[in-house]
Design a protein around this ligand. Sequence first.
Ligand code: ZN
Length: 401
Amino acid sequence: MTRSPTDPALALAAALCLAGGGLAGSERDGTLRIFADHPGGNGRVLGQDGRTVRLAQEAKGSGHWFYWNIRIERPAAGTYRFEFTDGEVIGPHGPAISRDGASWRWAGAATMDRAKTHAEWIAPDAETGAQSFTWTFTGDEESVWFAHHLPYQLQRLEAVLAGLPAGAVERRQLGTSEGGRPIPLLVVGGGAAPDRRILVTCRHHACESHASYVLEGILRRLAAEPIPGCAVHLVPMIDIDGVERGDQGKARLPRDHNRDYDRAPLYHATRAMIAHVSANRFDQAYDLHCPGMAGHLRYHTHFYNVLPQFTAEYERFRDLLRAAPGTGASPAGQLYDGRNDRIATAATPDTFSTFMAGQGPRLVLTLEQNYFTLDRPPLEQDELVAFGDAFARAMTSYNRR
Ligand SMILES: [Zn+2]
């Protein structure tokens, strides 16, 4: 929900607080107090009828997309149905759920009121229709979060950085966002005069948080074991405002951050990225994303639109990633077998990867880290981090020659 006082959902919550002292009102009539004002929050209450709540995700400056992330405070005991009215916004494992906004798991397919068939899950028109899930509150929960997938906010990144060995990561600032937030730039390894520079970027599209777990795994591994002679520059949250505001980010209008690498970029972060790339000759770039919502490809970790000039180097990296310790061991890693990678037939204009390709690097790759799996257990937070660890090991092997 927006923070506008005219927002009907906020007005509803405010009215409840006024009328019944908030919790008392909630306990008396079963009306849920639903919020989206936390970092990464996104969602709009359309109404509640008995134990059925109708909701929708918010576009927040984008065209139609599927991300949402809501918080329910002190729900009264009982079983509630959450009906989302605007397209497929619940995946095969049900919603992600959290009791603290930090540790997330999947509520499970059994919470969904109607399970789709395999054919429906891979249908190309997934973004139409409505979906619902049902959840039973015990009445002793302070807060319960639900989201489309496993969120990843700045707070987690800060906690990870605070836990790394002192001096392992150099913290810089790429620039300042439109919202006044510092855009973090992390540099790992390489010393004062690195032989080689490598760039890792994430959250060009704000909602694509599963990619952030992979970045965390890369960061943790490289902080412990830097790649000899290499300085790895990581920009973990390009659209940091969008990440913290709970924007979709993808399909942002008039164009999103990954369509902004032209001669007149709209966004502070993109301008800063172009300047940073111009000032540092990067040998490789790895841009971490998550897929869209149509077709079977979205259930697999894959490299998307590898530009043809990088085919030979991509194949070398692919084989190292498949062989990296941990790739086979982590469920996320098991999903990467290289078979779903795509070689581009043409470069997409004004993307980060197309821009980078023009800067003379040896390799540019775009990873799509899936939100969901089909016919196998879902991806958990730790497993995504483990795949990042494997990814970093592949980077180390790749740069050994
Ligand atoms: Zn993306």
